[in-house]
Write a protein of this length. Structure first.
Length: 317
């Protein structure tokens, strides 16, 4: 099958090929003989009702110092591509939302967009956990300092974070006696103008880490990457200095994945990452989940190939 696959991503020259999940996907698509077309979010535009982009033919090589080749730019309609991977990292801001509208125009003409643009808009990576309350720790989403203070008094030890960032950015642990709690609440809510999420702190993160469970078309990969915080750090995110250790999914992990998976599939989310600490689901990553390369390396997997299988099935329907 001659498939033209486009990717919308951050600048490919700045990625770490040893860790980049988008790169793993591109390697597998190219191995199948698919054409690769490279775009950045700023290249997308709408003319009339038809979405277009400046795009460049891309070739990738699994080499640490010379991993891509780009042909001269061309301007093409997005719907000439059979599939588009939307892999732009957060921040999830208005420019990101506008890009999903353009991608939705291509989708309306028959292009498969992974993940579905409407789902990217609807499934905020923090708030989407509310659809699965039986899986989650006690939490609160508010801009009210009074409510945050009451939640802290009740839980005694909490995590508070913004709703639109990634990689552990601006995540704070706040204890009941913390003299800085008011300024933290003020900073994250913009003095009450913005919503933030508070969750009960889960101490198991120190030993078992923040597990990333990858979901392909609603099914869990049987191994997770447990991201262990470095000494003196609360966050397990690799971007915050955490160490990744591959682990088999526990019975509880499978239970959580089995509850989330059908809804991911229903919404057209072919690739997602569940974050699980201890027994609790804390986030559902749908924009640009990572950890393919680490899990492939540690367990001899080929997660990108599994995703391409699902994409090929969808295109062939």
């Amino acid at each position: 099958m001659n498939i033209r696959l486009g990717v919308v991503m951050d600048p490919i020259g700045s990625i770490n090929v040893k860790k980049d999940s988008t790169f793993a996907m591109l390697l597998q698509a190219q191995a199948r003989g698919w054409e690769l077309w490279y775009m950045e979010q700023e290249d997308l535009f709408l003319e009339g009702a038809r979405a277009h982009s400046g795009m460049r033919r891309l070739q990738v090589t699994d080499a640490p110092n010379d991993w891509f080749r780009l042909a001269p730019p061309e301007t093409r309609p997005l719907d000439e591509l059979q599939v588009i991977l939307m892999r732009k990292d957060p921040p999830f801001d208005m420019d990101y939302i506008y890009a999903t509208y353009l991608l939705e125009r291509a989708e309306s003409e028959g292009t498969l967009v992974v993940n579905r643009p409407a789902a990217l808009r609807d499934c905020n990576e923090k708030l989407f956990t509310a659809w699965f309350p039986e899986c989650c720790p006690p939490n609160l989403v508010t801009g009210s300092h009074q409510r945050l203070r009451a939640f802290l008094e009740q839980q005694r030890d909490i995590i508070i974070k913004p709703l639109g960032t990634m990689g552990g950015a601006s995540i704070f642990r706040v204890r009941q006696d913390d003299p800085n709690c008011n300024v933290i609440f003020e900073t994250l809510t913009g003095n009450g103008r913005h919503l933030a999420m508070a969750q009960r702190f889960i101490p198991e993160i120190a030993d078992s880490g923040d597990k990333r469970i990858l979901m392909v078309d609603g099914k869990a990969i049987p191994y997770a990457l447990a991201r262990i915080p470095k000494p003196g750090e609360t966050r397990g995110n690799l971007a915050a200095g955490g160490t990744g250790r591959g682990v088999a999914l526990s019975e509880r992990d499978h239970w959580i994945a089995d509850r989330v998976g059908p809804e991911l599939r229903r919404r057209g989310i072919l690739f997602a990452g569940l974050d699980v600490i201890g027994d609790y689901l804390t986030e559902i990553n749908v924009t640009s989940p990572t950890c393919i390369r680490e899990l492939d390396s540690q367990f001899g997997l080929n997660i990108g190939d599994r995703l391409m299988d699902r994409i090929e099935e969808r295109i062939g329907r």
